[in-house]
Design a protein around this ligand. Structure first.
Ligand SMILES: [Zn+2]
Length: 354
């Protein structure tokens, strides 16, 4: 059996590593996770469902099998009164990723850490608590024998720095995704590109942006990062929702065509459970994949809202043909729009009114 190539080995060989992390929103849509607290109890309640989605991303061409521990940290478990489930949940999530990995031996198994929501700049007490959260999660990741860690959705540079220190001690490659809110980090006055450079100088293996922004909004930011970080170790995984330069954060999207705004849980906000009309097509995600690859980023993928169809289209944009490509669209046999010679001419003639 040949040894699988590691994260950095792939990137440094100019290969794109395709990331998929739409678990939270996908599980919410399917009825296995509650919008609001957003805690992945599904890992313990329905591990088969998490395993299935992991498989779907793998079939769609994701190179990374991400353990679903996003928001499965101590602070979130405390919030729902289930701290006793913290360790079993983290361990089971890693086992699920490893189980899928048995059928996809080339894929990278990744542990996942994220924003804790308790970090307060200048408050050392909170920094200690954040560090303890990362230490315990990264300890389980290390024990599970994961290949790498993805640290996501950090809106504070200081919190990302703590994640970086703890991951560094574990000796695992780390991808850091910063998440800008209204185009900036919350605790850092400088540019986000400088923030990326600081993290890189401090030892982060891959740095970039994830979440909050959709593909078209995120692209110019990735262009700026790639201008400064030119070794390909740049991460770019946007949400699969259409944000705009005027409203660059999906949390602030507001659907002006909605029939019944009074039904929304938070006034005037489509986030998080009414984002459906903003969902980007697979072609937009494929476009983002192509463009960011051209800019030089080599860790590319999808965050909240991205389903397996988005990931497959991204894989195909890189010239790949994952297992799920067997069923990629082929309109030649469509009853009305197709051109197969065996199609009934009478039906095809309805094209103009279709
Ligand atoms: Zn996200």
């Amino acid at each position: 059996m040949t040894e699988k190539k590691g994260l950095l080995e792939r990137i440094d060989a100019d290969e794109v590593v395709l990331h998929a992390s739409g678990y939270l929103f996908e599980m919410e849509r399917r009825g296995y996770l509650q919008a609001g607290g957003f805690v992945p109890e599904v890992v313990l309640e329905h591990p088969d469902v998490v395993e299935q989605l992991t498989r779907e991303y793998a079939r769609a061409g994701a190179d990374v099998l991400l353990a679903f521990t996003y928001y499965g940290h101590r602070e979130k478990m405390r919030l729902i009164g289930k701290e006793d489930l913290l360790e079993p949940l983290n361990r089971e999530a890693l086992e699920i990723a490893k189980r899928v990995g048995q059928d996809f031996p080339d894929k990278l198994i990744a542990g996942n850490i994220c924003n804790t929501n308790i970090y307060v700049p200048g408050d050392q007490e909170t920094h200690k608590e954040v560090r303890a959260i990362f230490e315990e999660q990264i300890g389980w990741i290390k024990e599970a024998g994961a290949d790498m860690i993805v640290g996501e959705t950090f809106a504070n540079l200081g919190e990302a720095e703590i994640a970086l220190e703890v991951a560094g001690q574990a000796g695992l490659p780390l991808v850091i995704g910063l998440s800008l809110l209204q185009n900036r980090l919350r605790d850092y006055e400088g540019s986000f590109v400088d923030a990326c450079k600081i993290l890189k100088d401090d030892g982060a293996d891959v740095v970039g942006l994830n979440c909050h922004m959709g593909p078209e909004t995120m692209l110019p930011f990735i262009r700026e990062i790639c201008h400064e970080i030119t070794d390909g170790r740049v991460a770019a995984f946007p949400v699969a929702y259409r944000t705009t330069p005027q409203q660059p954060t999906f949390g602030g999207l507001n659907d002006r065509y909605l029939c019944c705004p009074d039904k929304l849980p938070v006034d005037g906000r489509s986030f998080p459970a009414a984002l459906d009309p903003f969902t980007v097509t697979r072609y937009e995600m494929a476009w983002f994949a192509e463009e960011t690859q051209r800019l030089g980023a080599r860790y590319i993928g999808g965050c909240c809202g991205s389903g397996p169809h988005h990931i497959r289209a991204m894989a195909e944009a890189f010239g790949r043909r994952p297992e799920a490509s067997k069923y990629s669209p082929d309109m030649s046999k469509h009853a009305i729009l197709g051109d197969d010679h065996s199609l009934e001419e009478y039906t095809r003639k309805s094209e103009s009114v279709f």
